[in-house]
Design a protein around this ligand. Structure first.
Ligand SMILES: Nc1nc2c(ncn2[C@@H]2O[C@H](COP(=O)(O)OP(=O)(O)O)[C@@H](O)[C@H]2O)c(=O)[nH]1
Ligand SMILES: [Mg+2]
Length: 651
């Protein structure tokens, strides 16, 4: 069985014929050039996988990559899975085109550890030539991630230098961080094939997560679901496979023909295919020129290669060395994950004689799937914030929560953040504790920033209302919700504003503090008393003169107050004399509907009796109902108006 221990994947890289495959053979005893075509041409085409035993006997994986320019695609696919590179340069040949291109690709894919095997040292005739070769390599490495890496002269033919190389390799591997295997399970398919009598087998190096026998996996794109029947890790039977390991899964339920390189097999429902993704892109300094918007390029991501256009988000030109936010528009949908790295290759004037070559690469920041427009400050801000948060799990989940326009359940947030629900739950608990997030209702979370953003919108809307309606004390809550979009975050924001005094409730309306609708404190008290009086009087409101007398005010003053109440919507004016509280009118509406439910029309007296009030109130009510199309008058009878028919569910 497998040795427990660090989970590290090695990979070779370097120009064709420099001795990568020979070195893997020397190191592992395996010949990774297994294809007939590889044997015939004497070069590596496909990625070769071999188990490699380290000094402490544990086995780690090694991917042998093709060096020939025609198979860069396969090399890029291999680069996405490795942790440590064995960078091969032949002493007799020195730095060659794919030496540079592989270095670029490894750098763009975020590889940061490795060592150099200076092969064919047997061909360097004397010590001076050997020293010269080392010097050349050292100067090539300056400024790269291998700047301080060991350079190990070695001959794959005579075995000279092997011990020194093997010791250096062990040191680099020991110092490397083990491959993370947290996260949602994702496998960029390397190969899928059918084994007669056994079924479909799919192989590759998972980028994130863990897979177990019995797990359900989804193929993306496509959506077919399969189940892991058994698996091998580094060629040995296993119950569990982890990110960064060489796994071969026996999958029931998906045809082998569908399991092709460039597709992803992942945890059920965790990822979707998109045609557009957002990214930070950097052009290589060697490009030495600015490139225009909408460059046509080959995108290498995971094991996929797809044609795409690069839409610039910040400016109309991208210059080497300066990262820029872009949207990659693929010709075909791919299963992209946020945080993944990619390489773009393109044909550019005056570069590599116009041949397709690596020009840049970057990191995925979003998988919106929708066309984003250039120079939108909002988009640029959002993508910059994402880039800053991406590598910190707490910051990343907080960022995703903060982007949401509505409260989110743990599972929904997990899907957006592309992280396991258990991780999201523990981060949410942390964010609740620090006050960065709020739980608006059970399992409905919002970021403090979202609530605050909404609060600011509320305050702005209220301010605008005051400016347009200087006499009124505030805006009705329903009206405010309609103006600002409403929703659960709005309720929380409103509660927040009322609690911290940024808004005040006056009767049925919401206003800014200090905004008394042109009324003083005394007027406020009066306003509330008038409203209370009218509410209590229900269907039989007193006349303004009567109220004036009771309250010791002039009838004009009372009229003014009633007008404010009418503005605020809590009181309705039925005619010049009768002003009735909204609650009472609502009650009368119910009675009308009840009458229509019993008969197709009714007489004024029937309504009056049902309401149990005098004609003095019944008649103005019905006249008012005619104006709002609840009723239609015909002679002394009332028939249902549009509003009543709607309410009764009639056509
Ligand atoms: N003299 C000598 N020849 C080597 C050495 N390593 C590889 N070769 C030869 O170089 C050729 C290419 O080697 P290969 O491993 O296929 O190169 P790759 O394309 O980088 O994988 C083969 O003929 C090897 O036998 C070495 O250290 N010394
Ligand atoms: Mg080879």
């Amino acid at each position: 069985m497998r040795q427990p221990g660090k989970n590290i994947m090695l990979g070779t890289a370097g120009h064709v014929d420099h001795g990568k495959t020979a070195l893997v053979k020397l190191l592992t005893g395996c010949d990774t050039d297994t294809l007939a075509a590889e044997k015939a041409r004497g070069l590596t085409i496909e990625l070769g996988f071999a188990p490699c035993q380290m000094a402490d006997k544990r086995i780690i994986g090694i991917v042998d990559m093709p060096g020939h320019v025609d198979f860069i695609r396969n090399m890029a696919a291999g680069a996405q899975g490795i942790d440590v590179v064995i960078f091969v340069i032949a002493a007799d040949d020195g730095v060659m085109p794919q030496t540079r291109e592989h270095m670029d690709i490894l750098t763009l894919m975020g590889i940061s550890r490795g060592l150099v095997a200076l092969t064919k040292i047997d061909l360097a005739k004397d010590d001076e030539l050997k020293a010269l070769a080392v010097e050349d390599v050292r100067s090539f490495l300056r400024g790269t991630f291998l700047e301080n890496a060991p350079i190990c002269p070695i001959s794959n033919i005579t075995g000279e230098g092997f011990d020194g190389f093997f010791q250096a390799l062990n040191r680099v591997v020991d110092a490397a961080e083990p491959h993370e295997h947290e996260g949602l399970f994702r496998l960029w398919i390397e190969r899928g094939f059918n084994v007669r009598g056994f079924g479909t087998v799919v192989s590759g190096i998972p980028t994130t997560g863990t897979v177990r026998v019995g797990d359900k996996l989804t193929l993306v794109p496509g959506g077919q679901v399969g189940r892991v029947r058994s698996m091998e890790v580094y060629g040995e039977p296993s119950d569990v496979g982890r990110a960064g390991e060489c796994v071969a899964l026996n999958v029931a339920g998906i045809e082998a023909e569908l399991l092709i390189r460039g597709n992803v097999l992942c945890q059920a429902d965790a990822f979707e295919a998109v045609s557009f993704f957002e990214a930070e892109l950097t052009l290589l300094p060697s490009v030495r020129q600015g490139l225009k918007d909408y460059l046509e390029a080959h995108v290498h991501i995971g094991t996929a290669e797809a044609m795409a256009n690069v839409a610039l988000m910040e400016t109309s030109e991208i210059v080497p060395g300066v990262p820029q936010l872009v949207q990659i528009r693929l010709r075909e949908p791919l299963c992209i994950a946020i945080g993944e790295r990619f390489v773009i290759r393109a044909s550019v004037p005056r570069l590599a004689d116009g041949r397709v070559t690596t020009v840049g690469g970057g990191r995925v920041l979003g998988t919106s799937g929708v066309r984003l427009r250039r120079k939108r400050p909002w988009t640029i801000q959002l993508l910059s914030d994402r880039r800053a948060a991406l590598d910190d799990p707490t910051a990343w989940i907080a960022q995703c929560l903060g982007e949401a326009q509505t409260p989110l359940a743990t599972e929904a947030l997990a899907k957006i953040a592309q992280r396991p629900a258990a991780k999201v739950a523990s981060v949410l608990a942390e964010l609740l504790k620090t006050g960065e997030a709020a739980e608006l209702s059970p399992n409905q979370f919002a970021h403090r920033r979202s609530v605050e953003r909404c609060a600011e919108a509320l305050i702005e809307a209220v301010k605008a209302f005051h400016e347009a309606n200087p006499l009124r004390m505030g805006i009705e809550q329903a009206e405010l919700a309609a103006r600002t979009g409403g929703g659960a975050i709005l309720d929380a924001a409103l509660a927040q504003c009322l609690a911290d005094g940024r808004l005040q409730r006056h009767g049925t309306v919401l206003g800014s503090p200090g905004q008394a609708g042109g009324l003083g404190a005394e007027d406020h008290a009066l306003l509330e008393r008038v409203e209370t009086m009218l509410r209590q009087a229900h269907l039989e409101p007193p006349l303004p003169e009567t109220m004036a007398e009771t309250l010791g005010q002039t009838p004009e003053r009372i009229d003014e107050i009633i007008r404010l109440l009418v503005d605020a919507g809590s009181v309705l004016r039925l005619d010049r004399k009768v002003a009735m509280h909204r609650d009472a009118v609502d009650a009368a509406v119910k009675v009308v509907l009840e009458l229509f439910a019993k008969a197709s029309s009714f007489e004024t007296v029937e309504f009056r009796d049902a309401l149990n009030v005098s004609r003095k109130f019944a008649v103005p009510l019905l006249d008012y109902f005619d104006t709002v199309k609840l009723t239609v008058r015909s002679g002394s009878r009332r028939r249902p108006g549009v509003k009543a028919r709607e309410a009764l569910g009639q056509k």
